[in-house]
Design a protein around this ligand. Sequence first.
Ligand code: FNR
Length: 344
Amino acid sequence: MTSKQSHRKDEHVSLAEKFYDSTAESAFDQVRILHQSLPELALTDVEPATKFNGVTLPYPLLIEAMTGGSPTTGKLNANLAKLAAETGLPMAVGSQSVALKEPDLMPTFTTVRDYNPDGIVIANVGAGHSVEAARQAVDMLGANALQVHINVAQELIMSEGDRDFYWLDQLAELVARLDVPVIVKEVGFGMTAKTIQKLTAIGVAFVDVSGRGGTSFAKIENFRRPEKDMLYLDDWGLTTVESLLECRKLTNRPYLFASGGIKTPLDAIKALALGADCVGMAGQLLHVLLHHDLDATQDWLERWLLAFKKLMLLTGSPTVKDLRKLSLVFSPQLESFARQRFIS
Ligand code: FNR
């Protein structure tokens, strides 16, 4: 039961938590939103609902891909699914490739449908999977969409990782042949405008920039790696904020999820103000769930969502789209990034 791949799923959870740091500097601190003393709004007038592929989401927040693939992580998936069902938030599972290889691990993923039969559930595989495998992952969950993760940095640090990254042709085939929307996502290393252009050129309409700033798979895999010779990559990648700025250069902008370091409702507001359509949260929610029971985690999440609504009011934004109109002030460091990257 505890194959190497299955054991790795437990390690990812425990190491994500080991490196979780509530006091870490956040790239979102490099962005300020100006205060509104006269928003001329009541909390009841604020509408946090948004759309994803024509479906209404109650809030622009996705419970990000994390886990499944071992008995312990199956229980985590069940609890995440209960949270998703109670709040109506969409939820992605962690990579299902382990369950495609070891079918006895399937229940650690399908549990999310058992507890959330009507919710929006998103399947997840790594790039390089065939259309057939991707279909199996979607069918396993009756999923509404598929995330395909691209994680070159993680694989290269892993001793047992992939070394072949010709992915674009296969991604194009998935987009063309699957019946569900395909979201191409990073895993915490961010994306440049050029990466996103390559994706939109092959028909990808949904992208999750998943930037640096929260869970670091460089740190996680460097910890797992016996040789401590790639630690210099611990801070590799673009932050989520930088990735969103990169997107400003795009003329053909896909639907943008922004994950990576989203901890507070204010981080989410800033990501949406920078142009994201929806944000995603992984490590922060995992941290709360690992330290509290399900009821307390649900309380925490509901307070988070209420605070998000309050911040919409505070910024004078009756809808999520209005967040895009906010005036932002950048730190000198971020302003320098924008200048050097020719972002206006
Ligand atoms: C992840 N993430 C992830 N992503 C993915 O596409 N497939 C996966 O299997 C996993 N596995 C996984 C395990 C754990 C324990 C964590 C915390 C995260 C990455 C995740 O979806 C997200 O892109 C990053 O974690 C950045 O978001 P946060 O954690 O900073 O909010």
